[in-house]
Design a protein around this ligand. Structure first.
Ligand code: 4NP
Length: 154
């Protein structure tokens, strides 16, 4: 199983989701069986580490995401991944613009796919404060726990 989490910049939400998923998977029976990566629909921050506020927030929850580097989503990702899991609906729309005509990865909202929030988006914390990053962490870590529970029974 190959999962790609996608947001706009790949410096806030998707790196935090990648970190939460990696951490929850590592201590589960699925350890080593699920590949997780993240990307942004935009390429402005390519090559950069996650936003320092995202790094600090994750660190506060015991997860080190400082080694991640941002990259832009490409058409090849549709071949390399089974699922592309988006933070919000704008991301879904932008991801579909990159999708190749040959069917590949399926595209979903992360929270919906995880089954924790039928209509849910992970709000962009970029122009917000620490509490917005904490809210993102709560959402993506809840999603990570739900994903582990769901994949473990399949
Ligand atoms: P992210 O947040 O999509 O959660 O990584 C953003 C990061 C950067 C920008 C927007 C959102 N930006 O406009 O540069």
């Amino acid at each position: 199983m190959n999962l790609l989490v996608v947001c706009l910049g790949n410096i806030c939400r998707s790196p935090m989701a990648e970190g939460a998923l990696r951490a929850r998977l590592a201590t589960s029976p699925l350890a080593g069986r699920v590949r997780v990566d993240s990307a942004g629909t935009g390429g402005w921050h390519a090559g950069e580490p996650p936003d320092r506020r995202a790094i600090a927030c994750a660190r506060g929850h015991g997860v080190d995401i400082s080694g991640q580097r941002a990259r832009q989503l490409s058409a090849r990702d549709f071949e390399a991944f089974d699922w592309i899991l988006c933070a919000d609906r704008g991301n879904v729309r932008d991801v579909m613009r990159v999708a190749p005509t040959v069917p590949g990865a399926r595209v979903a909202l992360l929270l919906e796919w995880a089954g924790i929030d039928a209509a849910g988006e992970v709000p962009d914390p970029y122009t917000g404060g620490p509490e917005d990053f904490e809210q993102v962490w709560r959402l993506v870590d809840s999603a990570a726990q739900a994903v582990v529970a769901r994949l473990a029974v399949n």
